[in-house]
Ligand binder design. Structure first.
Ligand SMILES: NC(=O)c1ccc[n+]([C@@H]2O[C@H](COP(=O)([O-])OP(=O)(O)OC[C@H]3O[C@@H](n4cnc5c(N)ncnc54)[C@H](OP(=O)(O)O)[C@@H]3O)[C@@H](O)[C@H]2O)c1
Length: 326
């Protein structure tokens, strides 16, 4: 049975990769009470889209982000409750080979959430290494929609050419693609400027979701060569990137000061001005409040152009996801 439930996405969402990830993000279960408050604050403010993944959570905490979202959404009661939209991403693990394996994965996510998934997304394409693997998985994703187990289907890390192929295959089954998410920020303009994804998405009626809109925290301005950097891989990457992005950070800071906003708010608002739905991650109520301050106003055309120019002339950019296809 095919459902035609409409899924409408808000202007901004909240990313939850850090919720359960010790390795990269320093998660600790003592943060859970705070994360529930982040969840409540976002929903109450109309930011009802939460992005997660079945691969989120490190080691024994695998699936933790989904489990926490399930717990938080059940505990929440109040304004916008009916609009909560949980978007999970199912991983194209090498051992997932059949369409039924994707249906089972979708059901396992729903079990962790204690409710149905709203938007199910293919986490990445296997086109760069095992192109034949993904068709069965995509068919399974479409089965979840046809069986009424999800309200919408999305993709992640797909480029224009591959997206058009998948769109064609789904169209033959009468199945729409709701969204595509890619790494998009002032430090990762490639998906739009090089791959032309915004135009293709507009043409196909697909919403473009911008992940890592703060470039993993770099665009908040709180990290510099002089301040302490996060531990592990993120700190190592930041050390490489920071010297090459001084002019961009300077431009962000200047615009933020003129507008009486924070750098994070300007960086997120720039994504909104580009017609994308940013999903900044937040680990505390303070960060969530700050990010919510990106809404309700807009950069003007000159400010966007200035930021575009600064972004185009940086010596360093974020590394693209290895799974990002053309
Ligand atoms: N599809 C994919 O392959 C893919 C890949 C990556 C991410 N995503 C999704 O996109 C979401 C967002 O991306 P992201 O989490 O990678 O990076 P991000 O949104 O660019 O940065 C988030 C991090 O920046 C810091 N931060 C956030 N708001 C802040 C504020 N207002 N002030 C100061 N610091 C702030 C926090 O880390 P610290 O406090 O530790 O600095 C936070 O965890 C993820 O959670 C995930 O849902 C998807």
């Amino acid at each position: 049975m095919q459902t035609n439930q409409k899924l409408s996405l808000p202007i901004m969402g909240c990313g939850t990769w850090a919720w359960g990830n010790r390795l990269l993000w320093g998660y600790d279960p003592s943060m859970d009470q705070q994360l529930q408050e982040v969840f409540n604050l976002c929903v109450g403010s109309g930011v009802t889209l939460f992005d997660t993944g079945d691969s989120y959570g490190t080691g024994k905490l695998n699936g933790r982000s989904e489990t926490l979202l399930g717990k938080f959404s059940q505990a929440y009661s109040g304004i916008n409750q009916e609009n909560i939209c949980i978007a999970t991403k199912l991983a194209a693990y090498p051992w997932r080979l059949t369409r039924q394996s994707m249906v089972n994965a979708g059901k396992a996510s729903a079990k962790r959430l204690g409710r149905n998934v709203d938007l199910v997304q293919m986490h990445w394409s296997t086109a760069n290494y095992l192109p034949w693997q993904e068709w069965a998985l995509l068919d399974g994703l479409a089965d979840l929609y046809e069986q009424g187990l999800v309200k919408g289907i999305g993709l992640s890390n797909y480029g224009s050419k591959r997206l058009k192929k998948v769109h064609q295959r789904f169209a033959e089954r009468g199945i729409p693609i709701t969204s595509l998410q890619v790494q998009y920020s002032l430090l990762s303009t490639y998906p739009v400027t090089e791959l032309g994804l915004k135009d293709v998405c507009d043409e196909l009626g697909i919403k473009l979701i911008a992940y890592s809109p703060l470039a993993l925290g770099l665009l908040t301005g709180k990290y510099s060569e002089k301040t302490s950097l996060p531990k592990g891989v993120r700190g190592l990457a930041f050390r490489q990137i920071l010297p090459g992005i001084k002019s961009l950070l300077g431009c962000l800071r200047e615009i933020a000061e003129t507008k009486n906003k924070t750098m994070s708010q300007v960086a997120i608002n720039w994504c909104i001005c580009k017609g994308t739905i940013p999903i900044p991650g937040a680990k505390s109520v303070e960060q969530a409040k700050d990010n919510l301050g990106s809404l309700g106003w807009q950069l003007d055309v000159n400010e966007v152009a200035e930021l575009d120019k600064a972004a185009a002339s940086t010596d360093k950019k974020m590394v693209q996801n290895i799974f990002q296809t053309k």
